[in-house]
Design a protein around this ligand. Structure first.
Ligand code: F6P
Length: 342
């Protein structure tokens, strides 16, 4: 049995832990051979491979990023893409494909498995934690930890200057990172894409915080949008997923706060710092368990399935369950933290 492995989409701390677990168990317990595909779906599409064996995965557990490289190449958008993948897998003697990715990578895996009979197993990853069918994705805990540490640091500088500090975190469609890091870091306002925000309300929370002699911290997810739609976007373009990319909400909000409250405000955009570097212990634990269960799916011939975390158990679900809709923050979860605002 020869197993191909690829990592697609934005990178995420914990990808290497999955690769290591898959290879270690696959070689040591089942005697499988492996082929690594470079740069997500580009690898099988172009037959671009990298050797994947025990020595290749030595020492990679604590390393961020992915030793296989990643890309947003989508074979479904390319003429003859599926045919080329099937031909390359056959030529390389690859019997099964473990695809580690988010909604786009897994969306391709679902269609390849369900419609074209390519034996794919899915492993969910994203720092955004917005994939359905799994309680958590690895990478999220690391991102929340980084954002929380940043918020802790921003509190002291905000207080020294009695300024408002706006922290923009990742999350185009879901506010999980904003919600968890904002709560853990003691933010005074948390704004998420799921709930349009009222700038006046934000300013009144900010003002009441100053009245209590504290400098406010506002955490805003990059995808958060104001209610009245009066936001002037610095840049509106399509990102490499083809999604509309709205940038600059943190910067825009800080300006609005200054204008409306008369208080000085600064913005910190955490950006890709949230995605880089070593994974947290939780993410290594989750990614490793996902890897161990993914190779078992291959052993069982259980294709078209994705491994997922339910409580503390790893289960198998149809990949399509994860990609059918995004897992967003429900209003009750958001309301729960409102008591800390202001
Ligand atoms: O999907 C993960 C994510 O980190 C989002 O939170 C963010 O908007 C996006 O990727 C950034 O993508 P890129 O690395 O292509 O700029």
């Amino acid at each position: 049995m020869k197993v191909g492995v690829l990592t697609g989409g934005g990178d995420c701390p914990g990808l290497n832990a999955v690769i290591r677990a898959v290879v270690r168990k696959g070689v040591q317990e089942y005697g499988y051979d492996f082929t690594g595909f470079r740069d997500g779906w580009r690898g099988p599409l172009e037959g671009d491979t990298v050797p994947l064996d025990i020595p290749a995965v030595r020492g990679i557990l604590p390393r961020g990023g992915t030793v296989l490289g990643s890309s947003r190449t989508n074979p479904l958008q390319q003429q003859g893409g599926i045919r080329r993948i099937k031909e390359n897998l056959a030529a390389l003697g690859v019997d099964a494909l473990i695809t580690i990715g988010g909604e786009d990578t897994l969306g391709v895996a679902t269609r390849l498995a369900d419609e074209y009979g390519v034996p794919c197993v899915g492993v969910p990853k994203t720092i955004d934690n917005d994939l359905s069918a799994t309680d958590y994705t690895f990478g999220f805990d690391t991102a929340v930890g980084i954002a929380t540490e940043a918020i802790d640091r921003l509190h002291t500088t905000a207080e020294s200057h009695m300024r408002v500090l706006v922290v923009e975190v990742m999350g185009r469609h879901a506010g999980w990172i904003a919600l968890h890091s904002g709560l853990a870091g003691g933010a005074n306002v948390i704004l998420i894409p799921e709930q349009r925000f009222d700038v006046e309300q934000v300013c009144s929370w900010v003002t009441s915080r100053f009245r209590a002699s504290y400098a406010p911290i506002v955490v805003v997810a990059e995808g958060a949008v104001p209610k009245d739609g009066d936001m002037v976007l610095k840049d509106e373009s399509l990102d490499s997923y083809g999604h509309v990319r709205l940038s600059g909400v943190g910067e825009w909000l800080a300006k609005q706060i200054e204008k409306r409250t008369g208080k000085e405000a600064r913005t910190t955009v955490l950006g890709h710092v949230q995605r880089g570097g070593t994974p947290s212990a939780f993410d290594r634990w989750l990614a490793t368990r996902f890897g161990l269960h993914a190779i078992d799916c291959v052993r069982d011939g259980d294709f078209g399935k994705m491994v997922a975390l339910r409580g503390t158990d790893i289960v198998r679900v149809p990949i399509a369950e994860a990609t059918a809709r995004l897992k967003t923050v429900d209003p009750a979860r958001y309301e729960e933290v409102g008591v800390f605002f202001g």
